[in-house]
Design a protein around this ligand. Structure first.
Ligand code: B12
Ligand code: SF4
Length: 487
């Protein structure tokens, strides 16, 4: 056994049509958990290695008729383990819909190496550790932020200690029942955390996450040049004050925004641009530009751009609309912010609108920001040479056909709009909707998990997960009408 720790980002599941063609683009997403967890282990002098099963290969294997698996086979991990004999295997479990990929991988590894500690962390694992542990193939679930917990746990394993109750933020089986240690407080000083850039971004001499911007959608090609295909995900803050009914972020990361700071963000940005040749920067944190530290970062980038302008930044997660209409300026359109975005190299401004019905929307105060004003904002973005997109959602619990028709018509009336993305509202553990679903009998944990096995995606809503009042036939007709927006 070596001192090396192996991290695996599991394969992905995607819905496919009758010919096996994916209904949504299979993309390579940088494993941010690997970047952070391996960074922390390295900072504590551990040797680390990453296998990103989905980024490292697009091999497609059927799981059901309508759902396929994309990525290197799990046997690749088993072979790597027999060659390198790591101290422990780490797996990330981010999406509830993809737990099966984690279960399959853990089962293959445990069968071949019953004594190798298998440790799983991530949003989904933290919310439902008992779902992950029940197979007996996973030894520990790291709950919540993992940077400190994993270092403690790996130290315990190295020293052969078994007093796991001393490690905060763990779940594991102890004498036949689920043991959960005391929760680990959230990390205040995020700037102290290290990234493991080389181990995650590089595979040998090659940049691992190569993806031409067109693979996202044609829109993201705007202001890019051919050959710009090295991308990176900016994730410099955690937490969100809004606590939307369908989202786990606020409960997971807290209502307060914690930030790594503009200087740290800018230092990494220039290093990635200069040394790693990254040209495409996608923000992936939840509250981008709602925080003064993001704005300071963007000002630094605007200055830097005067020397070198061969990159673009975008925020496919979508900007809050409210940041463009600040209450302390009487909800006037913030032209300075738009100038800043354009000056810093933003090529596409995607707005999180979701729905025009206040009862489903915590992000926009429609008494102050009407659809017409959103139209003005889109036009102002266009005038600065950037493309526009909006992110919409449908089939909210309780939503009626009339409400959806209103949203559809309002979107159609918006000027200067280049692209609309419609995704169905999904209900996941750790959210207000999930708890309501359990309380009101929409599902039980058991029936939810059974339905999951058939596949549940943001572009393909199965009837078991339609908690709106919109009949399935209407949901499907809506999807067909908006098919071009379901790439
Ligand atoms: C970035 C992001 C994406 C990206 C990229 C994700 C990727 N790399 O594959 C994209 C845009 C592709 C994406 C897409 C979607 N996303 Co998303 N996304 C996020 C977001 C904003 C950040 C996730 C992230 O990378 N965080 C950074 C890392 C460092 O933090 P972390 O994951 O929490 O990891 C920490 C701990 O969990 C732990 N940890 C994590 N893994 C491991 C592993 C080990 C071994 C250990 C020890 C610890 C550990 O330590 C880490 C550091 O502290 C989250 C919201 C959020 N605030 O987390 C939603 C979130 C993960 N997404 C979500 C969803 C639902 C989706 C979509 C369905 C779209 C949608 N409608 O919202 C799609 C589906 C994608 C798919 N199946 O392919 C949900 C998942 C809910 C669930 N239970 O499944 C979240 C939680 C948001 C929400 N709505 O609640 N997403
Ligand atoms: S959907 Fe966005 S705004 Fe709402 S709680 Fe989640 S991260 Fe915050």
């Amino acid at each position: 056994m070596t001192e090396k720790v192996l991290f695996v980002a599991p394969a992905k599941l995607n819905p496919v049509d009758g010919n096996g063609v994916p209904l949504q683009t299979v993309r390579e997403n940088i494993s941010l958990p690997a970047l952070m967890i391996l960074g922390s282990l390295k900072a504590h002098r551990n040797e680390v290695e990453l296998i990103d099963l989905s980024a490292d290969s697009n091999l497609q294997l059927p799981v059901t008729e309508t759902v396929h698996r994309f990525g290197l086979p799990d046997e690749y991990v088993v072979e790597t383990i027999s060659e390198t004999r790591p101290l422990a295997l780490l797996i990330s479990s981010m999406f509830t819909t993809e737990q099966q990929m984690v279960d399959d991988l853990a089962a293959s590894v445990k069968k071949a190496f019953p004594r190798l500690p298998v440790i799983v962390g991530g949003v989904h694992a933290s919310l439902k550790p008992e779902w992950i542990l029940e197979s007996g193939n996973v030894d520990f679930v790291v709950m919540g932020e993992g940077e400190l917990t994993i270092v403690d746990l790996i130290n315990h394993l190295k020293e052969g200690r078994r007093d796991y109750e001393q490690v905060r933020g763990l779940a594991y089986w102890h004498q036949g029942s689920l043991a959960v240690t005391s929760p680990r407080p959230v990390i205040d000083n995020l700037a102290s955390l290290q990234f493991s850039l080389d181990d995650v971004l590089m595979k040998g001499d090659n940049y691992r996450y190569i993806e031409p911007p067109t693979e996202r959608t044609n829109l993201y090609n705007h202001l890019t040049e051919s050959g710009w295909n090295r991308c990176f995900s900016l994730y410099y803050s955690r937490g969100c004050p809004l606590h939307c009914h369908y989202c786990a972020s606020s409960e997971k990361d807290g209502l307060k925004v914690r930030h790594m700071g503009s200087q740290r963000m800018f230092r990494d940005f220039t290093e990635l641009h200069r040394n790693y040749g990254v040209k495409i920067f996608y923000n992936q944190s939840d509250t981008f530009c709602d925080d003064s530290r993001d704005l300071e970062f963007m000002k630094l980038v605007r200055e830097y751009r005067k020397e070198r302008d061969d990159f673009v930044i975008s925020n496919p997660n979508a900007f809050y609309v409210r940041i463009f209409f600040p209450p302390d300026h009487d909800y006037e359109l913030n032209e300075d912010l738009l100038d800043l975005l354009a000056g810093a190299g933003v090529n596409v401004v995607t707005l999180a609108v979701e729905t025009f019905h206040q009862k489903y929307n915590k992000k926009i105060n429609f008494r102050r920001i009407s659809p017409a004003r959103i139209g003005d904002l889109l036009t102002a973005i266009h005038q600065r040479g950037m493309k526009t997109g909006i992110y919409m959602m449908y089939a909210f619990p309780d939503q009626t056909s009339e409400e959806l028709a209103f949203d559809e018509n309002t979107v159609a009336s918006l000027p200067s709009l280049d692209r609309v993305d419609w995704q169905n509202c999904m209900v996941f553990p750790g959210t207000q909707y999930y708890r309501r679903g359990l309380a009101e009998g929409w599902f039980t944990d058991k029936s939810y998990r059974l339905a999951l096995k058939k596949g549940y995606f943001f572009h393909a809503l199965p009837s078991e997960f339609n908690f709106s009042q919109i009949p399935m036939a209407d949901v499907q007709a809506f999807r067909r009408r908006n098919l071009s927006d379901f790439q």
